[in-house]
Design a protein around this ligand. Structure first.
Ligand code: SF4
Length: 430
């Protein structure tokens, strides 16, 4: 196990900073943005997500979330049926009626998202006008916002970006004489968020907010004194909207693995003038724990090859972690979109010569994957079964979004997500 000392010197350029990227525009196999509801509804505890969609949309989120029998779910689908599609019913009247019933039955809802889908786009239902109308009707107890999770407009994790971007205009204006404040942007599991809150507190940083918040009313003021640190790599629109309100983006890799987490925290610590000794005191114990956890995983992963299909936009940070901290060989790292600015530090850390691709032409990529014979393939659910039946070992990309993987104390769990399918394949072969 190669240990990683801190502070991590993050290269400004190098690695794959200027590497060529294969751009593909063909058929792609990715979930739509509705999937984000699965983790967003757990995070914002008094929000409700009403998908304005079809039975297909309802099946997608129900099967992705599992059937909740004992809890009142905080998402649902208002089904657009044949009468709506044929223009026989006034979809707006129907929507107002459904929302009225929902809010009367569920007074704990403080923030309602109307989530657009392919069918609502096809019939050109204007959900932004519907949200303003319903917000006026139900304020101040409920705010109604809208965003699109449609497969026409969004892939998988872009649903979260669209959701968070819809919340930015609602955030209060920061006072002109406000102190500098950090806003960590991107949904993190509560357990991870609590760990980061403790680490920031140990560094003496107490003006830290997380976005999205756990409660809808907990709105961080935004302005020129806001320093913005991305916790997820798929939030281009949200970051742009916050920057347009004056927030300043801190450049950092993403908090995956020891190296990524240390550099991510370091970016915040530098911006807030945390002394080096205080920073080291805060991160030394969790770094040691993570180092021990990764040593075990490295026994299984070192020298193994991995191929990433584009799915969640987490691919590049994951590849950097697997290559640099666990010794895996990167055959291809595919990403649905490559945001060069947000990925600058990650690309600089990727091993030189890594094959990068952006977008997808699924048939071409399958050919490359078969030719490369990877030990492990990270891909969407739709590709995993066919590839397994061809003898390949796969990891579902969606699991990497659902599982808490950020931070020091999750580094071992993150590595284990990759060792598990390899160990299972070994056992089956024995
Ligand atoms: S939004 Fe579109 S792609 Fe997503 S489940 Fe509904 S119909 Fe399918």
């Amino acid at each position: 196990m190669s240990t990683v000392a801190f502070p991590i010197p993050v290269k400004a350029a190098g690695g794959c900073s200027d590497a060529p990227v294969l751009r593909e525009r063909g058929q792609h196999e990715v979930f739509c943005g509705l999937t984000g509801i699965i983790w967003l509804h757990r995070k914002i505890q008094d929000a409700f997500f009403l998908v304005v969609g079809s039975r297909t949309c309802a099946h997608l989120i129900q099967s992705a979330a599992g059937v909740m029998i004992f809890a009142e779910p905080r998402f649902a689908t208002a089904i657009i049926d044949e009468r709506d599609l044929a223009g026989l019913a006034d979809a707006n009247t129907e929507l107002d009626r459904v929302v009225g019933q929902l809010l009367a039955r569920r007074p704990e809802i403080k923030l309602l998202f109307l989530v657009g889908s392919c069918p609502s786009e096809v019939i050109k239902l204007d959900l932004s006008r519907a949200a303003s109308r319903l917000s006026a009707q139900h304020s101040p107890s409920v705010r109604v916002l809208n965003y699109s999770g449609s497969g026409i407009e969004t892939t998988f994790t872009q649903g979260e970006d669209a959701c968070l971007a819809s919340m930015v205009p609602e955030l209060p204006v920061q006072a002109a004489d406000a102190q500098q404040e950090l806003i960590v942007v991107g949904t993190l599991a509560d357990v991870v968020e609590d760990q980061f809150i403790r680490l920031f507190a140990q560094m003496g940083m107490d003006r830290v907010r997380f976005f999205p918040p756990r409660r809808a009313a907990d709105q961080a003021p935004v302005g020129p004194h806001t320093r913005l640190l991305l916790a997820q790599p798929f939030l281009a629109d949200t970051a742009r909207a916050l920057q347009a309100r004056g927030a300043q983006l801190l450049s950092a890799p993403f908090p995956l693995g020891i190296e990524g987490t240390t550099a991510w925290l370091q970016a915040a610590a530098t911006a807030f003038g945390v002394p080096a000794q205080r920073f080291e005191a805060a991160v030394s114990a969790p770094t040691a724990r993570a180092t021990a956890a990764l040593a075990r995983a490295r026994l299984h992963l070192e020298g193994k090859s991995i191929f990433f299909f584009p799915d969640s936009q987490l691919e590049i940070p994951l590849a950097r972690f697997l290559a640099r901290e666990l010794g895996m060989r990167l055959l291809e790292v595919g990403t649905p979109y490559l945001h060069r600015l947000h990925m600058a530090q990650e690309l600089a850390l990727l091993p030189e010569g890594t094959f990068l691709s952006e977008g997808q032409h699924v048939e071409n990529q399958l050919d490359r994957c078969r030719a490369a014979h990877p030990d492990l393939v990270v891909c969407g659910l739709g590709l995993a079964n066919p590839l397994e039946s061809e003898g390949m070992t796969t990891k579902w990309a969606i699991e990497l979004v659902f599982t808490p993987i950020q931070g020091f104390d999750q580094a071992g769990d993150l590595a284990e997500l990759f060792t598990r399918p390899l160990v299972r394949r070994m056992r089956l072969a024995a």
